[in-house]
Design a protein around this ligand. Structure first.
Ligand SMILES: NC(=O)c1ccc[n+]([C@@H]2O[C@H](COP(=O)([O-])OP(=O)(O)OC[C@H]3O[C@@H](n4cnc5c(N)ncnc54)[C@H](OP(=O)(O)O)[C@@H]3O)[C@@H](O)[C@H]2O)c1
Length: 340
């Protein structure tokens, strides 16, 4: 419940990699050391999961439900001051993500207590690639279309109105723990091999803790961010820079092997599985291979831009790749295999 002293934020996706960082940031003391003005309610399908229980230990109220069960979502919104909404396109797929992305906003509008609504956005890669099918990355374009639709919606800064804003992110720097970004193997002489189809392009990486920063910033600066899509990143990363930073931090030798997207995909198994978990092979939905070919092509061709001067002017303490590696004790070993 929102009380006189604290404003409650509903976080959809709170138990996820992104959501955990967002919750921590929302609950953190303010810059002047005073306690956070917010509490959190988390929508989760499983309040008994390890992550959900961890949130409860931090004082988060757990609300059982799925974001595609709109009756449950409506109940979860009751009485909250704000919402941070990160739907999971990797579970429900693009079509449903677009539909629920619109419906959840409408429910927030109908819930008169909501004063600020944050959509966790991604760029519409298909549009930013001028609708060339080779950039058809469903897990980003679904969110991006919802973000564009939001720009046609009212954002009412009056005391009783509801404002909205987006935090438009990119791949987590934390994906370096997975072989999609981290080294795929190590040569006999100890050289770590970073294989990529990126060419000389840039990946707009963001540390999940920086996603947390931008979420909190949005609730703290409701009027300033009203009706805006905050396009953020921690650093624009090339693979030469990734390898040289890795060597500077770890003292280990590293080499970049530039591959075609087709050759890079051969490093992976199951690439013809649907990219969204709720789908079965052969049902006609987009595959991991097609989705992530478009993802890499978008970065290779530098279709995603970020104004790093603006980002650092608002968030001077934003992560660099080097700081992220040092804080995480990153050593390039123990990569997890992931095709997502
Ligand atoms: N990986 C990246 O680098 C990256 C970067 C930016 C954006 N994203 C986007 O972030 C989204 C995934 O979030 P994540 O990265 O935090 O992933 P994650 O760690 O896999 O977590 C998934 C989250 O989604 C929730 N969830 C999934 N299906 C749900 C449903 N039907 N109802 C309610 N909650 C549901 C899960 O909650 P419960 O299991 O507790 O219900 C969990 O909190 C994707 O849309 C992805 O495109 C990913």
């Amino acid at each position: 419940m929102t009380t006189d002293s604290k404003k409650q934020i509903l976080v959809i996706g709170a138990t996820g990699a992104q959501g955990l960082a967002v919750v921590d940031s929302i609950l953190a003391p303010s810059a002047d050391g005073t306690p956070s003005p917010y509490t959190v309610r988390a929508l989760t399908r499983d309040p008994n999961s390890q992550r959900a229980r961890g949130l409860a230990e931090k004082g988060v109220e757990l609300f059982k439900g799925s974001f595609d069960d709109l009756n449950a979502v409506r109940k979860a919104f009751e009485g909250v001051y704000g919402a941070f909404v990160n739907t999971d396109g990797f579970t429900v797929g693009e079509e449903k993500e677009i539909y629920v992305g619109m419906k959840i906003f409408e429910i927030a509008k109908q819930t008169k207590s909501v004063k600020h609504y944050v959509w966790s956005n991604l760029d519409n890669y298909l549009k930013k690639g001028n609708y060339d099918e080779k950039y058809n990355c469903e897990h980003t374009s679904g969110k991006g279309r919802v973000g564009e639709w939001l720009t046609t919606q009212p954002s009412d800064t009056s005391k009783d109105g509801m404002t909205w804003s987006c935090v438009c992110t990119g791949p987590y720097m934390d994906m370096l723990h997975f072989d999609i970004f981290g080294p795929q193997n190590k040569r006999e002489d100890g050289t770590y091999v970073f294989a990529t189809p990126l060419g000389k392009g840039h990946v707009p990486m963001i540390a999940v803790k920086d996603v947390g920063f931008w979420a909190r910033y949005s609730f703290d600066h409701r009027e300033e961010v009203s009706a805006r899509d905050l396009e953020v990143a921690s650093e624009m990363v090339t693979w030469d820079y990734l390898a040289s930073t890795f060597t500077a931090v770890t003292g280990k030798k590293a080499v970049v092997v530039y591959q075609s997207i087709d050759d890079w995909m051969k490093n992976y198994h199951n690439v013809d599985e649907p990219v969204a978990r709720n789908f079965k092979k052969g049902d006609g939905t987009i595959t991991f291979r097609k989705n992530f070919s478009a993802w890499w092509a978008t970065y290779r061709d530098d279709n995603i831009k970020r104004d790093m001067d603006w980002i650092r002017s608002v968030h001077p303490d934003s992560y660099t790749l080097e700081r992220w590696m040092r804080e995480n004790g990153y050593d390039g070993d123990s990569q997890k295999f992931s095709y997502r």
